[in-house]
Design a protein around this ligand. Sequence first.
Ligand SMILES: Cc1ncc(COP(=O)(O)O)c(C=O)c1O
Length: 390
Amino acid sequence: MAYEELEAAMRRRLGRECLYVPSCRLGLYVALRHWCPPGGLVLMSPVNDDVIFFVVLAAGLRPVQAPLDPRDGSLDPAAVPEELWPRLSAVLTTNLYGNPDPAPELAARCAGLNIPLIEDAAHAIGSESAGRPVGTFGQASVFSLSKHTAAKAGGFLTIADPGLRDALTKARDELLEPRGAGAELAYWARPYAEATVRGLRLAPAAWAALRLLGQQERDDIRMPLRPADLTRALSVAPNLGAFHSWARVDMHDYRATPGRGRLARIARKVGRLDAVLDAHRAGTRTLLATEWARPGPGPVQPLFRVPLLVEDRDAARAALARERITVGYLYDPPLDDYAGAAFTDPSPAPEPARWFARHALPVDPLKAERTIAVLRAAGVRPARGGPTGG
Ligand SMILES: Cc1ncc(COP(=O)(O)O)c(C=O)c1O
């Protein structure tokens, strides 16, 4: 088993050239290094995984936090000050939880400025924008197979220009580390460790076991920033190795050469992807019909998580935890509040992102019915205020 089978499956899905990568974050690093000269400014979403923020820094780039649409956390191009656009080296989308960023509009902007659009489609496999798959608009896009397929490893870097395949393959291979027995063991042990954690109702000892496997390292929503260490790492950027302790969070083998068994398992998961996406779409439809949702105008997407907007997010999360429903993928506070002006340009309009980050409860659509029952029983109220509420 080599990468070809997986790449062919993804190529059929997207209709463009695809390169297998051991993680979405590594694919993103390869893309940023290829398209963006060090020192450039990259517009990105502040409601995003901190790992992505550190990958942008590792690539020697300066993040600029974008204004967001508070309904779904998507980028709001209309709120980007006109004078900022010509200063950018690239735009990086997030497609948060699978809700598409306005890719056609952003692609047109980037084309006018002659800068790349790079799509992070980690959450958005199967999502569409203007009838086209997310991940087919930019010069490059990256996908994570750890999300919808729950493969816990793997991803794709996809490219608009197939002529770049060889150069990017070389760049990827130079970053790969040899397969380690420890990494393979952790990969196979992880589902069992997680099942134990659930079985023990999130017992601290079981979380400690997961931490030992390098798969669960954030005590809080955001990982510790460690500003002094980060300043030192920045002085040698671009350099992925210098950022290893941040870039590896939740996935220590993010740049490991995969073994045959792992690739075969990932291929089986990818083979079942359409059924998984159908189930995500059905659960999304159910969740969007509840009082906590603010559905947008477009078609129902097979969301990775459905961001319900609740008044007291932490209370809702605790009520779900009591029923053994874990809510992850929270990105609060926004990255500009988390990292500060030393490490990122702040958003020119931070409030909508803050509001969204504070109220969004990302619900797994595969657990829609159970989650709704728990939220109703706990009397969880929809978020007040915000874009359309009163
Ligand atoms: C928006 C987003 N992009 C990229 C990634 C990284 O994906 P991977 O874990 O495959 O590197 C994540 C991880 O959770 C994510 O949430």
